[in-house]
Design a protein around this ligand. Structure first.
Ligand code: ASP
Length: 320
């Protein structure tokens, strides 16, 4: 059955009636469209760029791409784009994806030497019959489409990697320094949703490792009838439950965004209880009505929100 706005509201009302009053209040944050929300502290700057497009009646797709490009080109952000921490062999390998209101998708994984993987993902979406390019093929495609080959490993990231090598223990890190993958979701003035996600992945991962971030359904999902979701944290756990598709489907069933994120986090615990205690995963979601929310495993995940009434960083609720 097609979820019309009427159905959607009806479903929300059914779900609301079955929730305790306190959890309902905690779950409901609403803003008029347009609105943009994104993961971690660096979401504040990303949202500023996205907002310029949204407030000029631009498309959510353009807004999320512009927002994601901000931490990608910031050499001080060590978990995205330029300056990203390398894999255990010293390669900076980037993952990104993008999804629009029509269900169009594009993705790159293990891309080296290109500062803006999110824009390469958009080109994959718009210029190829495929949805995902990886490694050398993704690089060739980027170069053929005018992207410049650059050195992404900064002195600081190289030094951090060399320090890590001294211990030589294989323990990739997520949730470092309070920021990681940027996932960004927007609802434009026309009421259309889009999302993007970009990361250098887990620091010191095995060469060739791909996390959730470039995988549509895992690190990002958009359904223009319902809502959008993105994730951050240990990608292996998110892929296992196809996290963001799950969050969107939970919203379709009538759950508000925070509740949908919480249920997905609980699914991670249910599938892998021992691991869930040790790692971070956070989900962020926005529905078609401009309601938004987040939930994570461990304390420490923050998200940024920009609408006409708010430009603020929130702490996500957590299980532990
Ligand atoms: N989700 C990303 C990955 O697994 C990393 C992160 O957000 O910390 O590659």
């Amino acid at each position: 059955m097609k979820t019309t706005r009427r159905n959607f509201l009806k479903l929300s009302a059914v779900a609301a009636a079955s929730l305790p009053a306190t959890s309902l209040m905690a779950s409901t944050k609403t803003a008029n469209k347009p609105i943009v929300i994104s993961t971690w502290n660096f979401g504040m700057q990303a949202n500023e760029e996205a907002w310029k497009i949204l407030i000029a009646n631009g498309r959510a797709l353009d807004a999320v791409e512009a927002g994601a490009r901000v931490p990608e080109s910031d050499p001080k952000e060590t978990s995205v784009g330029l300056g990203g921490l390398p894999d255990r062999d010293g390669h900076v390998t980037l993952d990104a994806c993008i999804m629009d209101e029509n269900g169009n998708i594009g993705s790159v994984a293990g891309l080296e030497h290109i500062v803006h993987p999110v824009s390469v993902a958009r080109k994959v979406m718009e210029k190829t019959p495929h949805v995902m390019l990886v490694g050398e093929g993704a690089l060739q495609f980027a170069l053929a489409n005018g992207f410049k080959k650059e050195k992404l490993l900064t002195k600081e990231s190289e030094q951090a990697w060399k320090n890590w090598l001294k211990e030589g223990k294989y323990k990739p890190i997520a949730n470092i320094e309070n920021h990681d993958t940027i996932g960004i979701l927007a609802l434009d003035t026309k009421g259309n949703l889009s999302g993007a996600c970009t990361t250098s992945g887990m620091a010191y991962k095995m060469h060739g490792r791909v996390g959730d971030s470039p995988i549509i359904g895992a690190g990002l999902y958009v359904d223009n009838e319902v809502g959008a979701a993105t994730s951050t944290g240990v990608g292996e756990e998110v892929i296992r439950i196809v996290g963001c598709h799950l969050v969107v489907e939970l919203m379709r069933q009538g759950n508000l965004p925070e509740q949908a994120c919480k249920l997905a986090v609980e699914r991670i615990i249910q599938k892998n209880p021992a691991k869930a205690k040790e790692v971070q995963v956070g989900f962020l979601a926005l529905n078609k009505s401009g309601e938004y929310g987040a939930f994570c495993l461990q304390k420490g995940f923050s998200y940024a929100v920009h609408s006409d009434s708010i430009n603020q960083l929130f702490d996500s609720s957590s299980i532990y």
